[in-house]
Write a protein that binds this ligand. Structure first.
Ligand code: ADP
Ligand code: G3P
Length: 495
């Protein structure tokens, strides 16, 4: 009998494969970083072969570590960095251009022109997204316009488009399956989230031929099987889901109002809004949380570009600390009354400001300022930005009562307590913080009948520690006002 579920978690900087036992505990894992390519300022590319090879290698290593064979894997789930765009030749599987990564800003002018033409409200209404280079549509258009002959080949039906999940499915099945799920489709700017289909008028706006597009399935569905050449035997692929949505599932946020926040390189807050696609008036994104048995659950999402990346910059750029975990002791020594504020707008500010031209700043420096105040300000900035997102949610009429957290930063207890205090909501840290990988694994398990439904998955979630808010509202207000003042000074176009 098959004992494991294998999750392939293809992220922005590394590929991870994690095998889970049926009770949701981790059985084995393997991770491999791969190169980032920056051919021009503001451009970020990945090589498809490096995405694929790191995924395949880590999957094979996990199966080896378990001393298992393909027969022991009940199903595979795929979860992935979203929006990153690939186009390949259907006959050979060869990409016609490197993957354009979600962080890539090369299509900023195209987005500004469409914005000036007044297209954003219309696009937001259909897709839940905003006009930003972050999403796939303008990246697809760019490839078709810049790779010689690409548009003609696309029109002849010779090319296929996919986000990373779709490309991995194509590779794993050796071209037998060209599909994605509704969560990944909902990040392209081409998918109507209300009607759950590719939208002809959006395709026309971006001048993208429909022949490029993958079939859109449920997040837990039949995605074919791996070709037997990869793991010795074929293994069913039972789920595909974008990584932030997968973390929402891994955190068992299945009820309306439940929310998770992932603190890795960036930070992504996502709140389940049930069957209602909430329209945000405050520049949050409306997105598909998951689609099961053709029933859609929606979410509201806000993203912060620099979370752990700020700590990396403090460590590698400023060289103020030797390792990320040093931040905790320094913050304990500084305490909450830190006059220094850091606004880590290195690449502009994300939600709810969406100011691509804002640049970073450290404010409130005096002769007394030392390393510990600057480091603490870096940690605090992550929490203040989370508060910005929760404020935007509140202004949209919803507010989570508590937040489930995951990602590499959440091991920092000081950070978690400060987060609870600045937000005024309880922070819940689960036993398994690899919730992104877990989400895809359990959805694959549902597809092959290991779990009967979401209730079974909820049972797997366990709290490791809770951080209730402990400071007075007045102090909370004071701290946050200092942040808002700092942001005002770096923003060019605040609402
Ligand atoms: N103890 C810590 N305190 C603060 N930040 C930390 C700590 N440990 C790791 N980090 C940060 O967490 C990030 C790694 O988280 P991870 O979830 O692995 O990121 P990703 O999946 O985006 O690569 C790094 O940016 C690192 O700076
Ligand atoms: O790969 P991550 O974890 O940085 O996540 C990337 C997001 O999916 C981008 O939207």
């Amino acid at each position: 009998m098959s004992r494991y579920l294998l999750s392939l978690d293809q992220g922005t900087t590394s590929s991870r494969a994690i095998a889970f036992n049926i009770d949701g505990s981790m059985a084995a894992s393997s991770q491999q970083e791969f190169p980032q390519h920056f051919p021009k300022p503001g451009w970020v590319e990945h090589h498809a072969s490096e995405i694929w090879q790191s995924t395949l290698t880590t999957a094979q290593q996990v199966i080896d570590q378990l001393g298992a064979s393909a027969d022991d894997i009940a199903a595979i789930g795929i979860t992935n960095q979203r929006e990153t765009t690939l186009i390949w030749d259907r006959a050979t599987g060869e990409p016609i251009y490197p993957a354009i990564v979600w962080q890539d800003r090369r299509t900023a002018d195209m987005c500004s022109e469409l914005k000036q033409a007044g297209k954003e409200p219309w696009l937001q209404q259909r897709t839940g997204l905003l006009l930003d280079p972050y999403f796939s549509a303008t990246k697809v258009a760019w490839i078709l316009d810049h790779v010689e002959g690409a548009r003609q080949r696309a029109e002849r039906g010779e090319l296929a488009f996919g986000t990373v999940d779709t490309y991995l499915l194509w590779q794993l099945t050796r071209g037998a399956v060209h599909a994605t799920d509704a969560t990944n489709a909902s990040r392209t700017l081409l998918f109507n989230i209300h009607q759950q289909c590719w939208d002809d008028e959006l395709l026309a706006l971006f001048n993208i031929p429909a022949s490029l597009l993958p079939d859109v399935r449920n997040s837990s569905d039949d995605f074919g099987s791996t070709h037997e050449s990869w793991f010795g035997r074929s293994i069913p692929i039972g789920s595909v889901i974008g990584d932030q949505q997968s973390a929402l599932v891994g955190q068992a946020c299945f009820e309306t109002g439940m929310a998770k926040s992932t603190y890795g390189t960036g930070c992504f807050v996502m709140m389940n809004s049930g069957e209602q696609a909430l329209h945000s008036e405050h520049r949050l994104l409306t997105t598909v949380a998951y689609r099961l048995n053709d029933r859609v659950t929606y979410a509201l999402e806000g993203s912060i570009f620099m979370a752990g990346a700020t700590i990396q910059w403090i460590r590698d750029g400023l060289q103020l600390i030797a390792k990320a975990s040093d931040t905790q002791l320094l913050a304990e020594q500084t305490g909450y009354d830190n006059p220094v504020y850091m606004v880590p707008a290195f690449a502009g500010l994300g939600a709810p400001y969406w100011d691509p031209d804002a640049r970073g700043a450290i404010l409130g420096l005096s002769r007394d300022t030392g390393i510990k105040e600057i480091v603490t300000a870096g940690l605090q900035a992550v929490c203040y930005q989370t508060r910005d997102l929760l404020e935007a949610m509140k202004a949209d009429g919803v507010h989570p009562a508590r937040l489930r957290v995951d990602g590499g930063m959440v091991v920092n207890d000081w950070l978690m307590q400060f987060l609870a205090d600045v937000l005024g909501v309880e922070i819940q840290r689960p036993g398994i913080t690899e919730t992104t990988a877990l989400g895809a694994a359990v959805l694959a398990g549902m597809q092959v009948g290991i779990y009967q439904g979401l209730d079974d998955i909820s049972q797997l979630w366990q709290q490791q520690r809770s951080f209730p808010p402990q400071i007075e509202v007045e102090q909370q207000h004071q701290l946050y006002q200092g942040w808002l003042d700092a942001v005002r000074r770096v923003c060019n176009s605040q609402e």
